[in-house]
Design a protein around this ligand. Structure first.
Ligand SMILES: Nc1ncnc2c1ncn2[C@@H]1O[C@H](COP(=O)(O)OP(=O)(O)O)[C@@H](O)[C@H]1O
Ligand SMILES: [Mg+2]
Length: 216
């Protein structure tokens, strides 16, 4: 398994959000998570991406039990093993689209050749999301959909095995949402996607609903 939740419990202010929740995803698999607002979908993604910790139970991703990692190892994990796409794009306003996509690679030790390979991959990803004509633009010069597509390219630049996407296509029109799922299929990356869009959820390999703290 690429990622697993085992008997995971999480609550906020004594209100349970996840209750003995189990989940697993294999390499290359795509899963949609649906459920009403406040049901814990973002909490679930944050636990798998090591942005938050469970109260009890285990989170195991890429063979690592996240509870056993040091702060440095967790930072490395977030940078190398998972890609995030959030509801809000969090692009850096003073950097170009190309620079924004390369941000996750900056913390890496890399040779000149490796830097060139990152730029090639960035150009490929930006082409795939339809932004070749926007490489030197700043986020403020893009439409909402274009910004979200730039965030998609940024999440994939380090070739993560697992992409965590929290309502990523909220700002995308139908055509760009379809382009987005095509890109994911091309890259053979495992995806856990929270979405309210039935046509998008239908393109994932499995659809799970978060209900009363469990995935069904
Ligand atoms: N940092 C937090 N502090 C307190 N309560 C939180 C926090 N994060 C989430 N919650 C609560 O946990 C529940 C689940 O939130 P969330 O995972 O964001 O749901 P969803 O993404 O399905 O809308 C909500 O009731 C929310 O108010
Ligand atoms: Mg949410």
């Amino acid at each position: 398994m690429l990622a697993e939740l085992r008997n995971v419990t999480k609550s906020y202010a004594a209100v349970p959000v996840l209750a003995a929740c189990d989940f697993s995803i294999a390499e290359g698999e795509t899963v949609a998570i649906v459920g009403p607002s406040g049901s814990g979908k973002s909490t679930l993604l944050n636990l798998i991406g090591a942005l938050d910790q469970p109260e009890s139970g285990e989170v195991i991703v890429a063979g690592k039990n996240l509870a056993t990692l040091s702060p440095d190892e967790l930072a490395e994990f977030r940078n190398a093993e998972v890609g995030f796409i959030f509801q809000l794009h969090h692009l850096l306003p003073h950097c170009s689209v190309m620079e924004n996509v390369l941000v996750p690679t900056l913390a890496r030790k890399a040779s000149k050749a490796e830097r060139a390979a990152f730029r090639d991959r960035a150009a490929h990803l930006l082409e795939a999301v339809g932004l070749t004509h926007r490489l030197t633009h700043r986020p403020g010069q893009l439409s909402g959909g274009e910004r979200q597509r730039a965030a998609v390219a940024r999440a994939l630049i380090t070739s993560p095995k697992l992409l965590l996407a929290d309502e990523p296509t909220g700002a995308l029109d139908r055509e760009n949402a379809a382009r987005f799922t095509d890109l994911l299929a091309e890259l053979e990356v495992a995806v856990i996607m929270v979405t309210h869009a039935p046509e998008l959820a239908g393109k994932m390999g499995r659809v799970l609903e978060l209900r009363a703290g469990k995935l069904v």
